[in-house]
Design a protein. Structure first.
Length: 189
């Protein structure tokens, strides 16, 4: 058997990049073939579930990366404000200062399939949960902590959309810079 020219990791990374740029509906089979360097027949061999399986694998990969790198400081022993600041810095890096589109956003339009949709919902709930945990540590009650978490994520996601459509990343910078205040409130330090 001949060695694969594109590893599984490279393949999923290329698919993720394409889905980030054009979304699920915009990723035609021709565009997928061009992005991955594989023929359509090879794609179907590798992904018998078709484009929906590709979206599911891309979303699972990004979710794992996000949890393992961006949100990792939540479990450290550092003071609360330092953990939030580290997460903010990780978010800035993960989204390349607002230049890198969010897969959660880009795959939420269209029908990426049950597995990808389930991955996206689980990722959003996990992100909310982590942020709410930080807000509760700052003294917020359960309802307030959840609202702060949702508002912080909405600010980040909305800023990514603004950055994408205008080319101006300043809204993203403000969303990242304001993360600690959104989550911890004025008293969180």
């Amino acid at each position: 058997m001949a060695p694969r020219l594109v590893t599984d990791i490279q393949l999923v990374d290329r698919l993720t990049g394409l889905f980030r740029q054009v979304g699920y509906d915009g990723a035609s089979l021709g565009a997928i073939a061009a992005a991955t360097g594989l023929q359509k027949s090879s794609l179907y061999h590798r992904f018998p579930g078709g484009k929906q399986q590709m979206a599911a694998e891309a979303s699972a990969s990004v979710i794992q990366e996000f949890a393992g790198s961006v949100l990792a400081p939540v479990g450290s022993e550092a003071p609360l404000h330092e953990r939030v600041t580290a997460i903010a810095a990780n978010l800035d890096g993960f989204y390349d200062g607002g230049a890198r589109y969010c897969l959660l956003d880009m795959l939420s339009v269209g029908d990426p399939g049950v597995d990808a949709a389930s991955n996206l919902a689980a990722a959003a709930m996990a992100w909310i949960s982590v942020f709410a945990t930080l807000a509760r540590e700052a003294g917020a009650d359960e309802a307030t902590a959840r609202a702060r978490a949702q508002d912080a994520i909405a600010a980040i996601e909305g800023a990514l959309v603004v950055s994408r459509v205008t080319g101006d990343r300043s809204a993203f910078t403000r969303a990242i810079d304001g993360l600690a205040e959104r989550l911890l409130g004025a008293s969180g330090s």
